[in-house]
Design a protein around this ligand. Structure first.
Ligand code: 4AD
Ligand code: MG
Length: 465
């Protein structure tokens, strides 16, 4: 008989019908005369109860049906008498696909710490928490594609291997087939990359933006959604070495439209979660974060506060003057630390904030320069509990200005000549931003550590699984 997934089985009311479910045993309890098996197949946070009558199934047969075992059960769908469930299955046959030795299966009890579960990331999708988080992750990916597709954006695939460091922060992982045990160097001690696989030094992308801009300058509105890599040695609950980024880029958009797009985008995703991930959000809210729904609803229903970096610094300086203690000093020209961002969001405005017009020294070469000669048309979206969730800007469309800025920042022409060409041929105002997918997931799930919203986190000193 064909399999019914448990999320569908739980909704059925055609009692008396025979159905088949397959999944992993969460618990089995009972006695000689009857056994109750809680079965989960990952399609929902809820288990279905399989009732195995002692007259039909011997103790001997049911013995290996322990937590973690995989079974196939066929039987009559009946209305459940027990509380907490509406339907159950009166088992007629049970097939054991695979046992899980109780002595060695690590997921015996509830209440393992998240740290312990990270060490068994290969099994943690079988827990309620990670089932919920990864289902929400899927739904958010769907929401993202829907949002852009509905608005006429094209999904554009940018390369994972590239020779250009978009952010210019020197955080690229190198990709090479050179023999590291026998590296040939020239007389200056430099490595001859013409011998390397790509004939030049190459690495894993830190952002698809530069290629995304090329596409926007032809197709109007595009977005990327793929893995990006940063060899930054930041061991924080908000940084990964491999994370997924969504980068829309829109021809003719100026910074104001870029800000509106960012707000609409995040609100759409959160609304989607509220609509399609209710069971999983209920669970996570209950378990980890009682204010989860309040925060999600608040963000959906309120405009983000827009102000300039300069205004933001003034507020922070006033806070310091009034006695607020920050770990890092703050003054005009310095980059904001997450504590500063969170102060603005959580204590001062009590809503998401979009900061614009940052000093050019702390931002990338491609951002549009303001008339003041000091700031660029950057925008960072700052969120409660997270800090920066989006970074973006209007782009410099003027060839000469961009070229000068690239020179000032020591970006070799040979690395970005193709990028510069869009400014030589049919240039136009355009804007875009990057949303860190896992930072969005931190916000939506209420989880506290970014390692717990991606299946197999990569962080300094950790590439297991
Ligand atoms: O601010 P970032 O560095 O901006 C860019 O890469 C631009 N090229 C985007 C653009 O304009 N198209 O990164 C964008 C976002 C950040 O706001 C943050 O959410 C996320 O990417 N991010 C990280 N997420 C997890 N781990 C890290 N190490 C991250 N670094 C950035
Ligand atoms: Mg940034």
């Amino acid at each position: 008989m064909s399999r019914t997934i448990i999320v569908d089985a739980l909704k059925r009311t055609d009692f008396g019908t025979s159905i088949t479910v397959k999944g992993w045993v969460r618990t089995r309890r009972g006695n000689k005369s009857v056994s109750f098996i809680a079965l989960n197949d990952g399609s929902t946070i809820h288990n279905i109860q399989i009732v195995a009558d002692g007259g039909r199934f011997s103790e001997e047969f049911l013995k290996p049906v322990t937590t973690g075992a995989c079974i196939c059960a066929t039987g009559k769908l009946v209305e459940s008498q027990g509380k907490g469930q509406t339907v159950e299955i009166q088992a007629e046959t049970i097939e054991i696909y695979g046992t899980a030795d109780p002595e060695t299966y690590p997921l015996q009890k509830k209440g393992h710490t998240l740290e312990f579960l990270r060490e068994i990331a290969h099994l943690r999708p079988r827990t309620n928490t990670f089932g919920a988080v990864f289902r929400i992750r899927h739904h958010m990916a769907m929401a993202i594609h829907r949002f852009f597709h509905e608005r006429g954006f094209f999904y554009f695939h940018t390369p994972v291997i590239t020779a250009s460091d978009c952010e210019g922060a020197g955080q690229m992982f190198q990709v090479t087939t050179l023999n590291l045990y026998n590296l040939k160097k020239d007389k200056n001690g430099s490595i001859d990359y013409s011998e390397d696989f790509f004939g030049q030094q190459a690495g894993l992308t830190v952002s698809g933006q530069l290629e995304g801009e090329l596409a926007a300058m032809a197709m109007g509105a595009i977005y990327t959604f793929g893995p990006t890599f940063r060899a930054e040695n930041s061991n924080t609950p908000r940084h990964l070495s491999e994370f997924w980024m969504i980068e829309p880029e829109v021809a003719f958009n100026e910074i104001e439209e870029n800000m509106q797009l960012a707000q609409d985008f995040i609100q759409y995703c959160i609304r989607w979660a509220l609509e399609y991930c209710k069971d999983d959000l209920d669970f996570l809210g209950d378990m980890y974060d009682k204010e989860l729904y309040d925060r999600l609803n608040f963000v959906v229903n309120n405009d983000f506060k827009r102000l300039t970096y300069t205004e933001g610094i003034k507020i922070l300086e006033e806070a310091v003057a009034k006695g607020h203690k920050f770990e890092f000093p703050i003054s005009w020209g310095s980059d904001l630390q997450s504590e500063h961002e969170r102060y603005l969001v959580e204590q001062h405005f009590k809503k998401p904030v979009i900061l614009t017009d940052y000093p050019k020294e702390i931002k990338s070469f491609y951002m549009k320069q303001n008339g003041d000669g000091k700031t660029v048309r950057a925008m960072d979206v700052l969120f409660p509990k997270i800090g920066e969730i989006i970074g973006g800007s209007q782009r410099e469309e003027d060839y000469e200005k961009l070229k000068r800025r690239a020179q000032e920042m020591n970006i070799p022409e040979k690395d970005v000549w193709w990028y510069m060409d869009t400014r030589r041929f049919g240039t136009a105002p355009h804007s875009g931003f990057g949303l860190g997918f896992e930072r969005l997931l931190l916000f939506v799930t209420g989880m506290a550590n970014i390692r717990d919203v991606i299946p197999f986190p990569r962080t300094p000193n950790n590439a297991e699984f």
